[in-house]
Design a protein around this ligand. Structure first.
Ligand SMILES: [Zn+2]
Ligand SMILES: [Zn+2]
Length: 453
């Protein structure tokens, strides 16, 4: 597993500017808004959404994990009151801003809670574009220049760092690549309003946009996790709809392992959207899309390091042993596993890969279908083994919220479906390689390494 600086991410907020619930819905005599009304129940708590904001927790060489926040909007302090103690956080080591809208910057004043009389820390470094800085200067001059304060009030302490959206910059040892996107347009000039999301390591974050230019899409390619704006089911002039966000992941190559949607209005109900996304995944197994929720913590170990390598190596060995097995030292444990598999599973046709009749396309199709069915049966067995292991991991992890635990188990099962698709792809590719006389073990190993890693 490659060393990662990002230890985990925590969704501080996942709602649109107005947040969820709204006063209008809670005081509506008809009580007609299902999502807002659900927030009064413990099951519907997951629909409480504050302004979208992300906490990136970064491993540092001195051992103290750094807390880097992206965006600090109107509800940031309310979120912090809930999630800082809940996740046992203390410092706010840096703030990165995406754009100067109220739901991204209006919480700046409250950051005095960290810096006043150096109660937690001396100051907070802020990273932002010159346009965002100028807007803050206009809206909150006293935050930029304490001489502008009228006296008597306590001020937060910031160190301002202007970034160039064309170049990556480093915060606490972690590199951030700016991801410019369109977020509506100026009514006066029709020019697009530019928002700046960020890519860091294998994660791309764009919380407010209605269009992502090709240059930015290129910078996002290869992300394991995409976090995307998704206001509602309907299209909107300055935000992605759910379908528009899904299409970004669907059209990415490779499809990200995880896509989290954020920025919801009260038109979106969390549990309904999860069910819809599960249905979607039945048709498109590689497309794992879920709504994030406030407080959700995603950690590499359990959530996005999918550890496919061991699984595929075993699977590939099992398929290949009927033709030309790769000669590698096999450890006793693996050997025992394979022996069990041999007894339990009917053998594949011995000439699956080398049968010249498969070059005939009609024969090839029908044979492939039989093999797919066989793979499915075999795969079901893997699913039950994998699920047992997942359960053990989940039970041992008492730090997670209960709902995250349940969701993780579901994900493991769902991801098995995705693995089946990968496996089919592997089997197909193996046959192609054989057909093309690529029998050199080195070439095969190189391909396999690229495919798996
Ligand atoms: Zn509502
Ligand atoms: Zn905005």
């Amino acid at each position: 597993m490659p060393f990662r600086k990002v230890k985990e991410i925590i969704f501080i907020g996942t709602g649109t500017s107005s947040g969820v619930p709204t006063v209008a819905c809670l005081t509506d005599p008809e009580k007609s808004c299902k999502t807002c009304m659900s927030t009064l129940t413990s099951e519907g708590e997951v629909n409480i959404r504050r302004n979208t904001s992300l906490l990136v927790r970064v491993n540092h060489e001195d051992g103290r994990v750094r807390n880097i926040v992206i965006d600090c909007g109107k509800t940031f302090y309310v979120s912090a009151l809930k999630w800082w103690p809940y996740h046992e956080l203390r410092n706010l080591d840096a703030l990165i801003l995406t754009h100067p809208h109220a739901d991204a910057i209006n919480g700046l004043d409250d950051l005095r809670a960290w810096t006043l009389r150096k109660v937690i820390q001396e100051y907070i470094p802020v990273y932002l574009t010159s346009i965002t800085f100028e807007t803050i200067q206009t809206l909150f001059p006293y935050l930029v220049d304490s001489k502008q304060a009228s006296g008597g009030g306590d001020l937060p302490a910031f160190k301002w760092n202007i970034i160039d959206i064309n170049h990556p910059f480093t915060v606490e040892g972690l590199e951030f690549t700016p991801l410019p996107a369109h977020h509506g347009k100026y009514f006066t000039t029709d020019e697009p309003y530019i928002y700046v999301g960020y890519r860091f390591e294998n994660i791309s974050y764009i919380s407010d946009c209605n269009f992502i230019p090709d240059d930015t899409l290129t910078k996002m390619q290869g992300s394991d996790i995409m976090i995307l704006d998704s206001l509602d089911y309907k299209e909107h002039p300055s935000h992605f709809s759910i379908n528009q966000a899904i299409n970004i992941s669907r059209n990415s190559n490779p499809v990200p392992k995880r896509t989290y949607l954020v920025g919801f209005s009260h038109g979106v109900n969390h549990s309904e959207l999860i069910n819809e996304m599960k249905q979607l995944q039945l048709n498109e197994p590689l497309l794992w899309v879920r709504p994030a929720h406030d407080g959700l913590k995603v950690r590499e170990k359990t959530d996005w390091n999918l550890d496919l390598e061991e699984f595929f190596i075993l699977e590939i060995k099992r398929v290949l042993r009927h033709t030309d097995p790769i000669q590698e030292p096999i450890q006793e444990k693996e050997l025992a596993k394979q022996e069990v598999a041999k007894q339990e599973e009917p053998a594949l046709p011995p000439d699956f890969f080398d049968n010249s009749s498969l070059n005939n396309s009609s024969t090839k199709d029908s044979t492939t279908m039989e093999i797919d069915e066989q793979e499915w049966i075999n795969f079901q067995k893997e699913i039950s083994k994998e699920t047992q292991v997942s359960n053990q991991i989940a039970n041992a992890d008492d730090e997670e919220l209960q709902r995250d635990r349940d969701e993780m188990q579901e994900r493991e099962q769902e991801f098995c479906l995705a693995r089946l698709e990968k496996l089919k792809e592997v089997a197909k590719r193996v046959k192609e390689i054989r057909d093309n006389n690529m029998k050199s073990e080195k070439k095969w190993m190189d391909w396999r390494a690229q495919k798996i890693l």
